[in-house]
Design a protein. Structure first.
Length: 169
């Protein structure tokens, strides 16, 4: 079993469509992409030949868990198996769990039901893997030029809420 010492929170930066958006995320992660759009392998090879930078497909979705609205209820969906290192935060994948909340939290905060579910999920992972609450980080807190999981996703408040659900604090 790999050693897990942190949990990294992400967002999809897309509005939740009340369908299984995790499938779209998996499709993007496992496809070639250029300028944020998925492309066919033949297109990718032609662009690479022209010296363009093309995202190569990953073996699976990068996150271990995804929180999203399915029909009228927020669900946690399993992504990449927990025993396999993620592909969600360069330099931190081997020792972390990646959890993605589907939603665009640059202009609106996460819905309270989704927030509560994410808190419970992170608290459970922290308990099971003995992760300190201080090691639950937003992707932006890793020194990357991103706002992920969104400027309206308050990581200090999130950690405070996770603390309430775990006995270790």
């Amino acid at each position: 079993m790999r050693k897990i010492d942190s949990i990294i929170v992400h967002n999809s930066a897309t509005k939740d469509g009340q369908v299984v958006d995790m499938q779209a995320i998996r499709r993007y992660h496992t496809s070639y992409a250029y300028r944020g759009k998925t492309i066919k392998k033949t297109e990718a090879l032609a662009l690479i030949e022209q010296g363009k930078t093309v995202k190569k497909p990953w073996s699976d979705i990068g996150y271990h868990f995804i929180s999203e609205l399915v029909n009228d209820r927020f669900e946690i969906i399993v992504g990449r198996m927990i025993t396999i290192a993620g592909a969600h935060a360069e330099g931190h994948n081997s020792n972390s769990i990646g959890i993605c909340a589907v939603g665009a939290f640059e202009t609106d905060p996460p819905p309270i039901e989704q927030w509560k579910l994410m808190v419970k999920m992170c608290a459970t992972c922290a308990d099971v893997y003995n992760v300190k609450i201080a090691n639950i980080k937003g992707h932006r807190e890793l020194g990357v030029p991103k706002t992920c999981p969104g400027t309206m996703f308050d990581m200090k408040l999130f950690r405070d809420d996770v603390h309430k659900y775990t006995e270790r604090g």
